[in-house]
Unconditional design. Sequence first.
Lengths: 528, 196
Amino acid sequence: MPKFTIDGKEIEVAAGTTVIQAALAAGIHIPHFCWHPDLAVDGNCRMCLVEVEKMPKLQIACNTQVAEGMVVRTNSDKAAQAHRTTLEFLLVNHPIDCPVCDQAGECYLQDQYMDHGLHESNVEIEEKVRKRKVVDLGPIMLDAERCVLCSRCIRFEREVTATNSFEFSNRGNQMQIGTFQNQPIRHDYAGNLADVCPVGALLSHDFRFKMRVWFLKEHESVCPGCSTGCNIHVDERDGETQRLRPRRNVEVNKSWMCDPGRKLYKDIAVTTRISGARLKRPAGWEGVAVTAALDEVGSWIKGSGNTVAFVASPQATNEDLFAFKALADCVGGLLDFRVGDPQLKLHERIDGVLQRADRNPNTQGALDLGLGKDGVAEILKRCASGSVRALVLQGPELLRSPEAVDALAKVPFIAVFATHEGPELEHAHAVLPLSLWAEVEGTFTNYQRRVQRIRKAVSAPGDARPGWELASGLLQRAGGSLPAQSAREVFARLQATVPGYAGLDYKIIGSGGRALQTAEPAAVEARA
Amino acid sequence: MATVNVVRVERNTHPGIYPILLGLKITFMNMIRTLFMGQSATIQFPEQKRVSSGRYRGIHLLTAREDGTPKCVACYMCATACPAECIYIEAGERPEKSIEKYPTRFEIDLLRCVYCGFCVDACPEEAIMMSRENDLVGTTRAELIIDRDRLMERGKLAEYGPGYRPTDHDVRRPVRIAALERLKKEHGIVPGMPHR
């Protein structure tokens, strides 16, 4: 454990730590372009030069390992001057088209010019070397003029996706990045290229010209796209989600996120969202207040024992599942969630990077909470035999599955919690408006049994409510009670009853999540 | 007991008709000026309009390029600077690769606008400027939210002459000069190439 001094602060770090990592841990920002915490060190941008005592020349902080007794200065005259000259050099051929560049506001060049540069340019705009602009690479737009040749994209393609799409071509001031014959990026992780690019050379096609980033408010959350549970930021302006982007978590997704995950924000504010409850009458659908719909559903399930079946959804948060289970237990009905056996695919990977075959964020949570009880097949069998009077669904999965149609037709009353309109809702008799993941507080448990928080980023449309609120409303009408006013309080009850979650609360889970003790770690590893 | 000396001012308590005539003289002089010499303080609005300063901050206009397309590149600087949040922009793709971006929608809510001129100061392209026009009339609120095409048309008219456009007094410069001075004073850094 070498001890060293940086800007007068004495800190101790693990052996092998580089100066830039140690500085970051100590809260000192060393300017950089090519260094990325989740990519290999390249050391080509020369921006992170620091002064190390007893070394004749300045050293790059990203590739200098901390040694015992080292004295580093990041802000000495010599270092500051090096930052300025390097920055001026990088800006020589930069087109300075910040007004039309989507990176503006989160651009390393802008930030570092304001912090370290503030120089007058010695190169006129007309003298700059022109390169390719507005090259459409499928999900990514390339602008070679803005590039600082840091090679982050090249290393990302090499190390993370192993696709090697990008490479440098030409030399000297004609050097630029590009793909072979401008072929589009075809893998599922293209969005990360735009995130990884410190400047505006690679930009997202989806986010192009949509919004200036300084208007956006970020909210920490977790991607609901699959059982991996990538940590994300939900960027929103005035209640309208504009984009999702990865949030670094070394244990889960590092700094990456897949493109199908990034597209999930498009489901939030669509016209097909369900904003109010409705009941099926002989004359057709009738829109009613949520309380009236809950009364109706409550009258069907109250005291019905095992003639009622409950099907939970692995799309729901732990809080929703807990309240739903409390409801099922209170009524004494049948309960399960495994429509299409998601737990079999929980650890199965689609590719070698992040995506998993189970497209539900909380299958593990549903298993932990004991929702896999009676079996969906058994429930359907009883439905088909006509012994089920009422069916309460926490999501529309069962309505969508083709093998259930015949059995469901025999059930006199089906209530479903739903977020979006769909043809499958025609099979239901009561539809309750459900909030989507970006509109609620809650927790998901990912495939690693890591409990992670999602936070409310935008408001739910109309009367839509979180799943636990709907379930506890039904619980009240069925004669039970869940004394909780918020998701946090539901979780407090959850941790008191569910083994493995004991002692957790939202504060302990924090922004990075909290791993639970795995019952059989070896088995999980083998399946992963 | 101390003595208090009171100064007595002799007032003319019987001035006669003279002051009244003096007042009437001013009144009649103004009447003659207004009626016969055309030196009236009021004007025949709206037929007549008062001449205002070249820096008058009236209703905005969007300037055009030579080919008639908006000069604006939809950088949202004006919308960012706007304290009244009355500017709404939607950006789109422009066919020319050198410009890339232009506003497909550009709306100013003139009823919300406080005519501070910050949008003009913020614009890096001199795409938005102000006219000297100040008579804002409409029968509905929606009429007074003016869109891109109306803002451009007004640029052609410019009946009142251009208003606020900070060309020769670049407002960005003092900010930058202040930033440089602060850098030198607080950190002893003089930006630019190192001087030997």
